[in-house]
Design a protein. Structure first.
Ligand SMILES: [Zn+2]
Ligand SMILES: [Zn+2]
Length: 326
């Protein structure tokens, strides 16, 4: 199938089922190799915090070099935008179109964040939009967690990281991402995700050896540009699912608890304008007010100016005004 014949995306607002509708079995990913999956997820969750202790010890002993800070920033920005511009705005929501090579590059950069294969990521996220904050949402802090502060903490823990170990409501790829299964570029990156995840570790190591001249310099760069970078990016991504459905302000009426969390916006490249995003999921720009700086949106504008992005989705002011709640 040619790329241009890829079916139109599942439009999350249109796909939202009636308020009392629960997901059918065809919408839920059948759990496979659950124990192995949990072990791998556990290793990816636990090893970076342990390495953070090592990083702290190196820092305490004045072993942090400016080149490690630089490599951290380069890797964080490249893989973070891979998730926000690539996985999220381009591949999940089709907020703009681009050339196949650039679609592949964004998918590769996102995969280097070690958040799993791209098609699983997209299927889970589209299901989150279809059922946000009700039964069927893979990671809502508001479903089945009980009342009071204990319920709130349980909900936040589930939305943050618990859902990765609990496979009951993940999105079935055939139902939620048929367009990406049919996209040869994205399907290839999805199949080979282990290679790209490892490349995301090899690059900081290689840069460290190149710039520092020793294997120790490479290992230090791997620690900061690999482990610490993965840890920070994971928890920023997870915070969109947990904190941004709990804390912050609401600008637009939506059927969920999504919120805009200003302090998380710079770290998440604009993804923390999450209430805006739930109100207008296909918009390429999540920052809506003048003060809501949206780095991913600026990157998409830049690509558009260079002729590398087109059909960039924008929300007309009248549409915004109709949903505005303040
Ligand atoms: Zn959300
Ligand atoms: Zn989204």
């Amino acid at each position: 199938m040619s790329v241009s014949a890829v079916p139109p995306p599942l439009s999350p607002p249109a796909a939202r089922p009636p308020a009392d509708g629960a997901p059918g079995p065809e919408e839920i990913r059948v759990p496979e190799l659950v124990t192995l999956d949990r072990v791998i997820t556990g290793v990816i969750t636990v090893v970076p915090p342990l390495l953070l202790v090592l990083a702290g010890w190196r820092l305490w002993n004045n072993q942090l070099h400016w080149r490690d800070v630089g490599i951290f920033l380069v890797m964080y920005t490249a893989t973070g935008l891979g998730v926000t511009v690539g996985f999220h705005r381009l591949l999940t929501h089709r907020a703009f179109r681009t050339r196949p090579w650039l679609r592949g590059l964004w998918a590769v950069l996102g995969t280097m964040s070690i958040e799993g294969p791209v098609i699983s990521w997209v299927a889970d996220h589209r299901k989150h939009h279809a059922y946000s904050d009700r039964l069927g949402d893979p990671h809502s802090p508001h479903v089945d967690s009980g009342g009071g502060w204990r319920g709130a903490l349980r909900g936040l823990a589930h939305a943050h990281v618990g859902w990765l170990f609990d496979h009951q409501q993940r999105g079935a790829q055939e139902r939620y991402a048929p367009d990406l299964i049919a996209d040869p570029v994205v399907a290839f990156v999805d199949r080979t995700f282990i290679l790209w995840s490892l490349l995301g570790l090899a690059i900081p190591f290689g840069l460290g050896v190149m710039l520092g001249g020793t294997v120790t310099a490479g290992l230090d760069a791997l620690l900061w540009g690999g482990a610490v970078r993965v840890l920070v990016l994971h928890h920023v991504t997870y915070s969109i699912n947990s904190l941004c459905h709990f804390f912050g302000y609401r600008s637009y009426a939506t059927e969920d608890h999504s919120r805009n969390l200003a302090w998380l916006a710079p770290l998440s490249f604009g993804e923390a304008w999450h209430n805006n995003h739930h109100a207008f999921p296909t918009s390429a720009f999540h920052g809506m007010a003048r003060r809501e700086i949206d780095i991913s949106g600026l990157v998409i504008s830049g690509m558009e100016r260079l002729g590398l992005a087109w059909e960039v989705q924008r929300v007309a002011p009248e549409r915004r005004a109709r949903k505005a709640i303040r």
